[in-house]
Write a protein that binds this ligand. Structure first.
Ligand code: AOF
Ligand code: ZN
Length: 362
């Protein structure tokens, strides 16, 4: 931690009855990072952002996160209005550099200056050319500005939007549910259910965080999935990611994916470029691929993925269908390496494994 931050906030200490614990700079930013995640799946085309205001008494005076169902208010403005008069002389911790532009809402820099905030600490500078320049405006107004506290952690949390804003392409998450030997179905095609209920609930959280869920006609015909988000309680949000079907085959009109519970878009053929164009035109931050071996292999082959969530059940399916069976790898040096980020055990009695992997070059 930088010396100046240390000077402003005492280190956290044990709470004595009646004396609340003071919050230090790192904890405040960590809190901002945590609450920013509440906006996942509800911020597109905008970023997820969290803001925490620490008052002169060293206590949290207000906090907020960005989501689209709040008139598009930015996190800083939500936190400032919660803090009210306590924002005067306070420090604002925010995950993204405050915006400097008149967009859907007025510049956050103006609101911060007007509220009498003394210091602003942000984690990641804003790469959006329209909004950029907040740090300079705040400095010009005499506010102490510090950048970079928990930068890597916060940038990882906001990785989808940061990728989208820099490349115009959405962040692509592949979800795979397989047996221990990497099969997504038995030889006869039966596949319901390989992974446990807890794994499936966990995967539903992934759905809730994405703007679109992509599958293939093969999966629609084999499994008749609805690809909706059910039973996810977060801030009373309703999650309705767009469902996208790729492929040439006709699907029955009464397929669940064609029901009214969310928008569905069909792309004839397997042109991933067309999907990328659609994502760009909608400014989606993140898409989730929940498809069978053919389409999953296509994304892997094309390098069109950023991360993989592989849910594995401790069961063997022998000569069933491999999730990457169409990946035409003939020799070891053609292999596709991924970076293993974490491996978690899900469940209690019936345990599954969740591997979180990143595309190796990212
Ligand atoms: C947000 N929420 O909490 C912050 C943002 O389209 P606008 O006018 O809402 O502006 C969006 C830009 O503002 C966004 O791309 C980012 O650069 C900046 N900061 N945006 O949606 C927030 N702090
Ligand atoms: Zn703003």
């Amino acid at each position: 931690m930088r010396a100046s931050l240390r000077a402003l906030f005492c280190a956290p200490r044990k709470s004595i009855r009646g004396v609340a614990t003071l919050i230090n700079a790192e904890s405040a930013m960590r809190r901002a990072n945590e609450i920013s995640k509440l906006g996942l799946g509800k911020s597109s085309p905008n970023p997820i952002v969290g803001a925490v205001i620490v008052g002169n008494d060293g206590q949290i005076a207000g906090e907020g996160f960005h989501h689209s169902q709040d008139g598009g208010k930015h996190a800083e403005v939500v936190a400032l209005s919660k803090a009210g008069q306590r924002a005067r002389g306070a420090t604002l911790f925010v995950t993204l550099e405050p915006c400097n532009h008149m967009g859907k809402t007025p510049p956050c820099t103006e609101a911060i200056i007007a509220a009498g905030v003394k210091k602003v600490v942000f984690a990641v500078s804003d790469p959006n050319p329209i909004a950029h320049g907040g740090a300079q405006s705040l400095t010009d107004a005499g506010i102490i500005v510090e950048e970079g506290l928990l930068r890597d952690e916060v940038a990882f949390t906001n990785r989808a939007w940061l990728k989208k804003i820099k490349s115009s392409h959405p962040y692509i998450t592949l979800k795979i549910a397989a047996s221990l030997d990497g099969k997504v179905a038995a030889l006869d095609g039966s596949s319901k259910w390989i992974t446990s209920e807890i794994s499936r609930t966990d995967a539903a959280i992934l759905r809730s965080q994405c703007d679109a869920i992509v599958t293939g006609t093969g999966t629609v015909l084999a499994d008749n999935p609805s690809l909706t988000v059910r039973n996810i309680k977060r801030e009373n949000f309703e999650f309705k990611p767009v469902r996208v079907i790729l492929g040439n085959r006709e699907i029955p009109l009464d397929s669940k994916i064609l029901d009214k519970s969310a928008e569905t878009i069909q792309i004839k053929g397997n042109d991933l470029g067309e999907l990328m164009e659609l994502a760009k035109s909608r400014a989606w931050n993140q898409i989730l691929i929940e498809a069978g071996p053919t389409l999953t292999s296509e994304f892997l082959r094309a390098g069109l993925f950023d991360e993989v969530f592989l849910y594995q059940a401790p069961t063997l399916l022998g000569s069933g269908l491999d999730f990457a069976s169409q990946l035409d790898i003939k020799t070891l040096n053609q292999r596709l390496d991924l970076e293993l980020l974490s491996a978690d055990l899900l469940g209690d009695k019936e345990k599954n494994l969740r591997l979180h992997l990143l595309a190796a070059s990212k």
